[in-house]
Design a binder for this molecule. Structure first.
Ligand SMILES: Cc1cc2nc3c(=O)[nH]c(=O)nc-3n(C[C@H](O)[C@H](O)[C@H](O)COP(=O)(O)OP(=O)(O)OC[C@H]3O[C@@H](n4cnc5c(N)ncnc54)[C@H](O)[C@@H]3O)c2cc1C
Ligand code: FES
Length: 277
């Protein structure tokens, strides 16, 4: 039997600095047969390894509709992300996955979709939003809100500009109060405040939100006030993980393994979990 921990070898084919501490890597499978057969669903994650340094978990930030390569966007945090910052185009890193569940887009056909991301929480939002763009006719209105602490910290700036040119989506960018500069032409306000101001209708709608815990903490009551039911709110958790496969017990909340049962949950499902997650 194959070793389930053996990573695929991936060539780094492009590197893009999104912010001073967030970088996007484009990765191509070195094994052509794997490249052709590999598929994932938006919301799934992988374990990315720098040989000699270790592994860490990132979502796949490219859309599931893209089959030539995958991308991840990572924020500089500690040991492995520091090592990952050293890799260059042409280098080889490891990838195992895809793991976990995904955003249930097939069940959301015809819905109006609200996407709200904060900071590096935009990485999974980018994947699901871009997937919806590529499957545009299957969904109703698409509203995207991307927030960051400051203008310099806003990820995917160039893509946001391209998306904003489309007439069939609404794209809003915002920075926290004090994070704006003289060139800023977006909103100033925390992501939940901006969502409340825009007041998307909950009718036939779903909100997908991802960001730091403090943002989610304020987002849930805002969506509640707007009339979104817990079943209409979807988020993705970033509990610490090791194996990614339901083997090590690092990520579990009670009997729920975030790496296998998640990381995508509705607010209704989260409400059933023990309070300390
Ligand atoms: C399902 C899932 C998806 C994720 N997707 C992304 C993504 O797309 N992009 C991204 O940048 N990060 C993502 N993360 C978080 C990422 O896994 C950690 O930031 C990364 O493992 C840090 O590795 P490191 O070795 O550099 O840091 P370490 O040396 O391990 O730790 C440095 C610091 O980071 C903190 N840290 C470590 N792991 C996490 C974590 N899971 N959540 C919060 N803080 C952590 C540690 O407490 C410590 O303070 C995701 C995590 C999960 C579980
Ligand atoms: S990360 Fe090992 S069980 Fe979830």
């Amino acid at each position: 039997m194959d070793n389930i921990y053996r990573p695929y070898l991936m060539r780094v084919t492009a590197i893009k600095d999104e912010t001073p501490d967030v970088r996007t890597l484009r990765l191509e499978f070195q094994d052509e047969a794997v490249r052709q057969s590999f598929r994932f669903r938006t919301g799934q994650f992988g374990e990315y390894s720098v040989f000699g340094a270790g592994e860490c978990v990132f979502c796949i930030s490219s859309p599931e509709t893209c089959t030539d390569y995958i991308e991840c966007s990572f924020k500089l945090m500690g040991k492995v992300t520091t090592a990952l910052r050293q890799v260059e185009v042409g280098d080889t890193i490891g990838f195992r996955g895809p793991y976990g569940n995904w955003f249930p887009l097939d069940e959301l056909q015809g819905k109006n979709m609200v996407f709200a991301g904060g900071g590096i929480g935009m990485a999974p939002i980018r994947s699901v939003f871009q997937t919806c763009l590529d499957r545009r006719e299957e969904f109703g209105d698409l509203l995207l809100i991307n927030g960051a602490r400051s203008v310099a910290d806003l990820v995917y700036k160039a893509e946001m500009e391209e998306w904003a040119k489309r007439e069939d989506v609404t794209v809003v960018k915002t920075v926290d109060p004090g994070g704006e500069d003289e060139s800023w032409d977006g909103k100033v306000g925390f992501v939940p405040t901006v969502v409340e101001e825009l007041a998307p209708s909950p009718e036939n709608a779903v909100a997908i939100t991802c960001g730091p815990p403090i943002m989610i903490k304020f987002m849930l009551p805002v969506l509640d006030r707007l009339g979104f039911q817990p079943e209409q709110i979807i988020t993705t958790l970033e509990n610490k993980m090791k194996c990614g496969l339901g083997k090590c017990g690092r990520c579990n909340i009670g009997g729920v393994y975030v790496c296998k049962d998640g990381p995508v949950f509705t607010a209704a499902q989260l409400a059933q979990l023990p309070a300390d997650f």
